[in-house]
Design a protein around this ligand. Sequence first.
Ligand SMILES: [Zn+2]
Length: 365
Amino acid sequence: MELVENILTQNPCYQAGKKITVRGLMLHSVGCPQPSAEVFVRKWNNPEAARACVHAFIDGNTGKIYQTLPWEHRAWHGGGSSNNTHIGVEMCEPACIKYTGGASFTCSDRDAAMAVVKRTYDAAVELFAFLCQKFGLDPLADGVIVSHKEGHDRGIASGHGDPDHLWNGLKSGYTMDGFRKDVNAAMGQPAPKPQLSPATSQSIPAAVQSIPAAAQPAPAAGSMAISDRGVELIAGYEGCKLEAYLCPAGVWTIGYGHTAGVKQGDRLPSQEAARALLKEDLKKYGDYVNACVRKGLISFPLTQNQFDALTSFCYNCGNGNLQKLVSGRDAATVAEKLLLYNKGGGKVLTGLVRRREEERALFLS
Ligand SMILES: [Zn+2]
């Protein structure tokens, strides 16, 4: 990630000097055929500039990111209450498109346009992953990462269609759902270079430092441990907060529902640290699965994927349901019956349906 700091100190929005607490990120595209971020930077660094200002522009020719406001500065990008909560980032658009009214456009060179769109998309993924880490945001949580269009649909932004209109108009295959997933995946990667600012001060629960880094050798029957892939699956369905918070039951909680030894003011340095804690907490649930093997409740030899899927199930549904699910059943039956555990409060919940299907797919792979 190449980031150039170019704060628009002459723009009236900068001069208004309001701060926000960052709760989310809004993705825009500029809505005109101009790939150069510098053109916008020059034009907007002006007391006469239109009453608009964003936090960053992504250049369409280089993928370079120009930061134009401090991240916690209130920008004028969404045209609604999203200005009070969301960072706004503009992707520049290809020169070879021509707007024909509203969000409609024609394109004279689709390959060239796609190269620009891909470049800005990839840079936006890196930037959003960086910002989610910096502000402790969960990229998959509802309303955290939105496009300008989605902001409008949610009633927090003005009536624009960007950048969805550009991606759809070019049949690029890019979607906001895919974008959020890519940001989430990018957060599992090592920090992008260059590191802008070191993570702020932390007091990390001791467990974080004691995680063995390397994978374990193949264990004996009844002594398996969850793999990183299994941790990923579970993490995808759980909320994550890097700062300690009081859960509804009044217990200090951090990361993925971790509570042991957590106190007010604790902070995890990264999403990776949160995953490491989750992996620690999952040992208990993995051991319930191991116990089922040792007691003979599971009679078929478990693959790593089956072990991971059952650990996810146990973490979500409890040891009692795990024992019911596996007792005296062959693998195919377990995979089939797994899908039945999809209700909460007597109703089928789409989140649980998806989770059970993903666990089943992993179990069978
Ligand atoms: Zn916009």
